[in-house]
Write a protein that binds this ligand. Structure first.
Ligand SMILES: O=P(O)(O)OC[C@H]1O[C@H](OP(=O)(O)OP(=O)(O)O)[C@H](O)[C@@H]1O
Ligand SMILES: Nc1nc2[nH]cnc2c(=O)[nH]1
Length: 209
């Protein structure tokens, strides 16, 4: 399929040549159930239906526990954009959302250095905030965020994550809302990338090699 990159198909009737729609550039090759992203193979891990059900469950808890707080959701870009969009649409209480951007991963490993690419613009003094992450792995990113937020004297800081790897955690981070707990394997899809690829996958895949 990769050979179809940027290709344009032509359908010939007699002397007329009718261009068919452009086939999108395919960075990801399907082969059986596995996918290839650059030099790595991934296999299906968590299906979209399971992700959806897990998000609905934590959204129900947030709706119940934080009603009347008008919480500010802080989506941590890039990875959490898909989760935040789906979570927020399950939130029925008064709330707001904003964004910050962090970076600590390179390839399949944490660099151990958490960079703040774009900090928080909002005043959060005396507010309830919920940090929304796609994944908590070593916890270094979340610890850095929490330390930063606490300097601004919020009323309380809650943590919501789609995925949590308890066995990989190296920091004292208390996760309030974890949709799914997983073992210490590298995963992609549903916002999570391998070398910036694969964020668009609707299901979550785990590294197979
Ligand atoms: O618990 P940790 O070991 O700190 O890992 C978690 C962080 O890693 C990912 O971010 P990444 O640095 O890959 O940036 P991205 O969100 O742009 O993919 C993820 O979105 C978390 O922010
Ligand atoms: N794509 C991806 N990013 C991560 N950041 C921290 N852990 C992971 C992981 O398992 N996959």
């Amino acid at each position: 399929m990769s050979e179809e990159k940027n290709s344009r198909l032509f359908f010939t009737i007699g002397i007329f040549v009718i261009p068919l729609p452009t086939i999108n550039s395919l960075h990801i090759q399907d082969s059986m159930d596995t996918i290839q992203i650059k030099d790595k193979t991934f296999r299906p891990y968590i299906r979209r239906e399971e992700i959806k059900a897990a998000i609905e469950k934590i959204a129900a808890r947030i709706n119940n526990e934080l009603a009347g707080e008008n919480p500010l959701f802080i989506c941590v870009l890039n990875g959490a954009f898909v989760f935040a969009a789906d979570l927020l649409r399950e939130i029925t209480i008064e709330s707001e959302i904003t964004f910050m951007r962090m970076k600590s991963y390179s390839g399949t490993q944490s660099t151990g250095v958490v960079k703040i690419i774009h900090g928080l613009d909002e005043d959060i003094k005396d507010r309830t905030v919920i940090v929304v992450e796609d994944i908590i792995d070593t916890g270094f990113t979340m610890q850095r965020i929490i330390n930063q937020l606490k300097e601004r004297e919020p009323k309380q800081v809650k943590i919501a994550t789609l995925l949590f790897k308890p066995k990989a955690l190296k920091c004292d981070v208390h996760v309030d809302y974890a949709a799914l707990e997983i073992p210490n394997d590298f995963i992609v899809g549903y916002g999570l990338d391998y070398d910036e690829q694969g964020r668009n996958l609707k299901d979550i895949y785990v590294i197979a090699d």
